[in-house]
Design a protein around this ligand. Structure first.
Ligand code: PMV
Length: 332
């Protein structure tokens, strides 16, 4: 799990940070795309999909280096998919006043699947770079640095991913800030990868183009997605999984009308429904990537996961978030 979030003062008092740092993937339950236009959103952390990084500073001489499964070599020679990470390393080095670093990265978060890969890796990397000078970032510094990577990845990030990849539990995100969510019942989710990468930048640009061309239609869809996100927090708090699932399926229909779904995602949503899911939708930017389905129990989740694999999902994960007894104080 991620370390508990701390206030700036506590962070300063806490002494040198460890050199290896960790963040995790996330799934958006409600509000993707609408959140870019100020609507609320709901996201859950996926702690099983970890991104870790460690860093050592280079006082002078050779430039920053990256070691990862995708690439090993000088930061400036890194391939385009790593450019958000390179930007994050640069920004973190600037913040801590260091010239260069050697950064090792390991990530289980699949790339381009709407599960927060770029934000999770950036979160781990910036904490590792700061940790290498014995500095713990306060939550807002860290958020700002993750957003540097997110801007490099897709231009106008809402900040949802940057908050969710370091959150200890489900969050409601609004106007740049995250608050922890109460869960009145355990939340069991199945996430299935369609196998096709989706470009968040392209999806966000497509929604913007629709909003410019057909402001009334797109505006109505965005408003309805925002209302579903808002209402979902009441379902989550009361543990009304049937209502929550119905909202997820409604959200998928709206996201389809926003033209960010694909045939493969629609097929997985249909397969989840036939397998007994309480609801299902695409998650994240869309145009590829993953669906998230709500299961009534962990046993049901296994059934649904099997059906999604049989329906062609490349990878399937299940997770249960326990009901909250009290909300952690955390959480930006
Ligand atoms: O990066 P993804 O694909 O998980 O999508 C993030 C959610 C969006 O609302 C599509 C973009 C954003 O900036 O919030």
């Amino acid at each position: 799990m991620t370390p508990p979030l701390r206030s700036g003062r506590e962070a300063r008092d806490a002494g040198p940070a460890p050199r290896a740092a960790r963040a995790h993937g996330k799934a958006v339950l409600f509000g993707e795309h609408a959140v870019v236009y100020g609507a609320p959103a709901v996201a859950v952390p996926l702690p099983a999909l970890a991104a870790t990084a460690s860093a050592t500073l280079r006082a002078s001489g050779p430039p920053s280096r990256i070691e990862s499964a995708l690439y090993a070599g000088p930061a400036e020679g890194a391939p385009a998919p790593l450019s958000p990470v390179v930007e994050a390393i640069r920004a973190a080095l600037d913040l801590v006043g260091a010239p260069a670093a050697h950064v090792s990265i390991r990530s289980d978060v699949p790339v381009g699947r709407g599960l927060g890969s770029s934000a999770a890796v950036a979160a781990a990397v910036v904490q590792a770079v700061a940790g290498a000078v014995g500095r713990a970032l306060d939550p807002e510094e860290r958020h700002g640095l993750i957003q540097v990577a997110e801007r490099a990845a897709h231009g106008t990030p809402s900040g949802l991913d940057a908050r969710a990849v370091v959150a200890a539990g489900p969050i409601r995100f609004h106007a740049g800030l995250a608050a922890p969510l109460a869960l009145g019942a355990p939340l069991t989710l199945v996430i299935a990868d369609s196998g096709a990468p989706g470009s968040t930048a392209e999806a966000v640009a497509g929604v913007r183009a629709m909003r410019d061309a057909r402001p009334h239609t797109a505006g109505t869809l965005i408003d309805r997605l925002g209302s579903l996100a808002k209402g979902s927090t009441e379902d989550l708090a009361s543990g009304d999984l049937d209502a929550l699932g119905a909202r997820m399926t409604d959200a998928h229909g709206l996201l389809r009308l926003l033209d960010v779904s694909t045939d493969a995602l629609d097929a997985l949503v249909g397969a989840a429904a036939r397998a007994g899911a309480l609801g299902a939708k695409l998650t994240g930017g869309g145009l590829g990537g993953c669906v998230v389905a709500l299961a009534a129990s962990p046993a049901e989740a296994e059934e649904i996961a099997g059906s999604l694999a049989a329906a062609g999902a490349r990878q399937v994960w299940t997770m249960t978030q326990q009901a909250t007894t009290s909300i952690p104080e955390a959480t930006r």
